[in-house]
Design a protein around this ligand. Structure first.
Ligand code: ACO
Ligand code: PYR
Length: 527
């Protein structure tokens, strides 16, 4: 069933999200990713509304080489009382030189009266005039019927008249919009079915997520006969966002048999969703359906014991179909099967090492009861596992002592820290001093300095995140503290954990694990 348009509006409605601000270069990059995903249409923005969107269409004409998608320019019907051919906003839509133009039109009688301040008849004339003018100019026209569901509830005859008028004027699709996002799936099913029957128009669906039902509503509309679905990557959009197009497409394709994207395109959905997050600079939502980092991450021991036999037992699809992968999380909820699966992920075959499995389970449960957390610190767990499997501590250096002092900066407000680290590495005793804007920063510098000659490979490691959690807040300033450190080698990153009564000690433990793991990952032998 290759019958449904996949229409992406990340660059227009997605960009209406609070805090999201895309440059022209960002928009061009995202359009390239969307085309790779294989969507049918990319709505690029509203030409004429702001210089960036106008510039996007100008540059897209020469810089975008779309293989799958067709570009759509978005704008509204002409002004009340004007003529489409003379309306500067309609002119800007034509100047964008896209094959497709999507018009937003009022379909709610109250909006016509209060927001447009015109008559129902003039609104219909605006739809008719603008659609037919753009069609006559050679454009494929889609019409977004704004506030359709609320408008249909108030005055179904008028809302239907807008759909009929647009279709008769030549609009190829009339997308029914749940602009305020207040609908639930049964309402969408009923309205789409009724409008389809009464109008015979090709219908689309455009949903916002204010009831948390944007995806469900979109799927319901397609099931009810709509054949064009709009959404945004990662559900970006005004207020609570739009329907997440990756989830919508995955549901329609993998659950309902629609043939929307080639299997290999859908298998890139995870990569593309994350690549677009990089451009938008919005941290990916780990629990995003299908493509989130946690979407196929399993924490409970019982789940792992069944997954070991057959991954299908606790997964609704094979994650590879959407470019994701199964992960086993190790925590105090782990059992032996969790450790065996995690070991397999890390390259250790523990299937005939029951004593190691039992020991690791017990160690993890004990440490987690003291505040350690291994599902957030994969690298510390890998070091622990390695220690239990090999029976020896991986040691690149022997720490003799470390200390930090923090003092008021001379003459300015900022306090500075100074750390001294004494250790042996590659047979040499090293004493190094590091300065920083805080104790962990100073320790990081001192440790690097002390290890620089033995392990120059450490130079490329960078601490990219540092999180502190007070574990028993009722103890006040003598509470136990957990520190998570995230480190990157420029290509990948890993997290390590430290727990101690002293916050700097906890950070030091996490720091030492982070450097040790970095050297292990780089394939360095202890010197
Ligand atoms: C539901 C949606 O998300 S639709 C997309 C909404 N997106 C945006 O609004 C982002 C881009 N918008 C903009 O940059 C500006 O609002 C512009 C350039 C479009 C218009 O700016 P301005 O001319 O200053 O008008 P303003 O934003 O104050 O008001 C919108 C005008 O459009 C009119 N309008 C609203 N919908 C329609 C429509 N479907 N057809 C014709 N006119 C419309 C309003 O009645 C109002 O008219 P008025 O100026 O006579 O009061
Ligand atoms: C058109 C649109 O974005 C809406 O009605 O939500």
């Amino acid at each position: 069933m290759n019958d449904v348009h996949v229409y992406d509006t990340t660059l227009r409605d997605g960009a209406q999200q609070e805090g999201l601000n895309l440059s022209v270069a960002d928009k061009l990059a995202i359009a390239g990713h969307l085309d790779d995903l294989g969507v049918g249409f990319i709505e690029g923005g509203w030409p004429g509304a702001n210089p960036k969107d106008t510039e996007f269409f100008r540059r897209a004409a020469t810089e975008l080489d779309l293989r799958h998608a067709r570009l759509a320019a978005f704008g509204s019907t002409r002004r009340a009382g004007a003529v489409a051919a003379d309306d500067p906003q309609v002119r800007a839509l034509l100047d964008a030189r896209t094959p497709v133009v999507t018009l937003v039109a009022k379909s709610h009688a109250r909006h016509v009266e209060l927001a447009l301040r015109t008559t129902p008849a003039e609104n219909l004339a605006m739809v008719r005039d603008t659609v037919s003018h753009l069609v006559a100019e050679g454009r494929t026209v889609f019409l977004d019927a704004e506030h359709f569901f609320d408008g249909y509830a108030l005055d179904p005859a008028y809302a239907l008249e807008v759909v009929r008028t647009a279709a008769e004027a030549g609009a190829q699709v009339v997308a029914l919009c749940d602009t305020n996002g207040g609908m639930l799936p049964p309402q969408v099913t009923d309205v789409v079915g009724a409008v389809l029957e009464a109008s015979g128009a090709r219908l689309g669906i455009h949903c916002h997520n204010d009831t948390g039902c944007a995806v469900a509503n979109s799927v319901a509309a397609i099931e009810a006969g709509a054949t064009h679905v709009q959404g945004t990557i990662n559900g970006y959009g005004e207020r609570t966002g739009n329907a997440d197009l990756v989830t919508v497409v995955s549901n329609l394709q993998l659950k309902l048999g629609h043939d929307l994207l080639a299997a290999e395109q859908l298998a890139r959905a995870g990569t593309i969703s994350h690549a677009i997050s990089e451009v938008t600079n919005i941290v990916p939502y780990s629990r995003q359906p299908y493509v989130g980092a946690s979407a196929f991450a399993h924490k409970a021991g019982l789940h792992a014991s069944a997954l070991k036999v057959d991954p299908d037992l606790y997964q609704h699809i094979d994650p590879a179909r959407v470019g994701n992968a199964m992960r086993t999380l190790v925590s105090d909820m782990a059992g032996r099967a969790s450790i065996e699966l995690k070991g397999r992920e890390l390259g250790y075959d523990l299937s005939d090492r029951p004593e190691v499995l039992a020991r690791v389970v017990s160690t993890v449960k004990t440490l987690e009861s003291q505040g350690w957390t291994f599902d957030a610190a994969d690298a510390s767990f890998e070091l622990l596992l390695r220690r239990e499997v090999t029976g020896e501590e991986l040691s690149y250096f022997d720490v003799e002592s470390w200390r930090v002092i923090t003092e008021d900066g001379a003459g300015d407000d900022a306090a500075v820290s100074e750390a001294t680290v004494k250790l042996r590495a590659a047979g040499e005793r090293q004493v190094a001093v590091g300065e920083g804007n805080g104790p962990v920063n100073a320790l990081d510098h001192a440790l690097r300095e002390a290890l620089a000659s033995a392990y120059p490979e450490l130079d490329k490691l960078e601490l990219i995140d540092f999180r502190v959690r007070i574990l028993d807040a009722s103890h006040g300033t003598d509470a136990t503290t957990r520190v998570l450190v995230e480190t990157s080698d420029g290509e990948t990153s890993w997290e390590t954990v430290g727990v101690a009564g002293n916050i700097v000690h906890a950070a030091w433990t996490a720091l030492v694990d982070s450097f040790t793991f970095g050297l292990l990952r780089a394939g360095i032998d202890p010197r």
